[in-house]
Write a protein that binds this ligand. Structure first.
Ligand SMILES: [Zn+2]
Length: 207
């Protein structure tokens, strides 16, 4: 095993109740972590370099996520961004078949893509706000590595999508390179979105 991988593993331990993989980054200054999935209150002790989780209690009274709004809101963006990209691909081919002359249908598909991208961005804001509320309520604002990662990735995604919207809306007709950038930024954003959903899955299903 590579050294970096060994180091990575040494920082991890498994919740004895729900088997969620937790990290030493999740442990507070008293050496305690509350499992975000099952609520086990775990003390992590170091035995000859091995992280041994010991359960002291279970946090029973936990508020549920607010009407499941976060999981519902995330579908606005994850549902619409592929359609936005698809509309732009159709526009590209309509334009290409006509030898680079923009027909009215190519322009319309491009505009549909832009409108869907705008709704994706707004849906992302709702998803972020509801995720933040759940973090403060159910997870009591504790700094879990999974949640910290999701927040950081969201910020990157908002910067990328915001950049795409500004580029498309304020810089006049896009050149070939700008168009390519506009498209790539959306592809990266959809990958980030999928990865954030994957991380969120750990908080729903455990591991
Ligand atoms: Zn657990």
């Amino acid at each position: 095993m590579r050294k970096s991988k060994i180091k990575y593993r040494q920082n991890k331990f498994i919740c004895p109740i729900c088997h969620l993989e937790l990290s030493m980054h999740d442990v507070d200054k008293n050496g305690i972590v509350v499992c975000p999935v099952c609520g086990a209150v775990i003390e992590v002790v170091d035995v000859f370099g091995h992280k041994i989780p010991i359960i002291h209690d279970v946090e029973i009274k936990r508020p549920q996520p607010l009407y499941r709004l976060h999981t519902m809101a995330t579908h606005i963006s994850i549902g619409l961004l592929p359609l936005a990209i698809f509309a732009q691909i159709i526009s590209f081919f309509l334009n290409w078949f006509k030898g680079g002359i923009y027909t009215s249908s190519a322009i319309e598909f491009e505009q549909i893509g832009f409108i869907l991208l705008t709704i994706t961005f707004l849906g992302g804001l709702i998803t972020f706000a509801t995720g933040w509320t759940d973090w403060k309520r159910k997870y009591r604002g504790r700094k879990y590595q999974i949640i910290t990662k999701k927040i950081r990735l969201s910020v990157i995604m908002f910067i990328l999508l915001g950049f795409a919207l500004v580029l498309r809306n304020f810089s006049g007709p896009l050149s070939g390179l700008e168009n390519c950038l506009y498209f790539c930024v959306q592809l990266i954003s959809i990958s980030l979105m999928a990865f954030m959903g994957h991380l969120g899955g750990f908080l729903v299903f455990g591991k």
